[in-house]
Design a protein around this ligand. Structure first.
Ligand SMILES: [Zn+2]
Length: 256
């Protein structure tokens, strides 16, 4: 029962994420004005703004002008709801739950902006890094530590390992292919993931991401004939897997 409640809560926050995904890359405020149709500019009434249900009821069209609403809206709401429910099922109402809830929200917003614009705004990743470091400081068990200092150190190592590994790959890629291989947005995204997960799970995320990379890349190529494959969604997906299964998989692989 509570799991359903957290699905709904997640979907509600997902609809705020949709606002961020649309407005952040366009340098618009995410709090004002109220939601409106991007085609006819009419303010969306509250009953057309109910996560998931409104999209289904309106069959993905604006009530006033009939313009098609991107399927991204309902996708993000369902995804946010699912991750929220899964996090609650795993961590219950713990500090970990709220910290990882924040991380998953940041990852969803970053990924969908990256899919559309091939960039990840600093407005997500820079505060994200700070939130991750602070979370480790305030709640050391997040890093598997008992004390403040070692926990912050672990989180800091995560930032270095995450940012450093992508930066290095980008540097090598540029050297070999003579063109930009990895964006600065990806560097900061994995640095943010590192701040939340510590260095071990961040290295895990780094090595897992390319496997999703090829799957999403092929899908995008077929669907839209794209050449440039945004890397943010792959890192994000790998980070979510790391949150749920990383420790268990690492234990199996290396016995630690
Ligand atoms: Zn409209």
């Amino acid at each position: 029962m509570t799991i359903i409640l957290f699905f709904i809560l997640g979907a509600v926050i997902g609809s705020f994420m949709n606002v961020c995904i649309y407005r952040l890359p366009r340098s618009k405020s995410v709090v004002r004005p109220r939601s409106h149709c991007i085609y006819c500019q009419k303010t969306i009434p509250w009953y057309d703004n109910i996560p998931i249900l409104s999209f289904l009821a309106l069959r993905g069209k604006c009530r006033f002008c009939g313009a098609k609403i991107s399927a991204r809206y309902i996708t993000v709401e369902i995804l946010a709801g699912l991750i929220s429910a899964l996090l609650f099922a795993r961590f219950r109402l713990s500090a970990e739950f709220f910290i990882l809830w924040y991380l998953s929200g940041a990852l969803i917003v970053a990924s969908f902006i990256d899919l559309e614009f091939q960039e990840i705004p600093d407005e997500i990743t820079i505060p994200g890094i700070l939130v991750g470091l602070s979370a480790a400081a305030l709640y050391p068990p997040l890093m598997g530590e008992a004390k403040f200092l070692p926990a912050v150190f672990q989180s800091f190592l995560g930032v270095i390992a995450g940012g450093g590994s992508i930066y290095l790959i980008g540097f090598i890629g540029e050297f070999i292919f003579k063109k930009e291989a990895m964006g600065g947005g990806d560097v900061k995204l994995l640095a943010m993931i590192g701040a939340f997960l510590g260095w071990k799970l961040t290295v895990f995320t780094f090595f897992l991401a390319p496997f999703f990379g090829s799957a999403i890349g092929i899908l995008l190529k077929i669907k839209e004939g794209r050449d440039i494959i945004p890397y943010g969604p792959h890192l994000s997906l790998a980070a979510i897997v790391a949150v749920f299964y990383g420790e268990a998989i690492l234990k199996k692989l290396f016995l630690f």
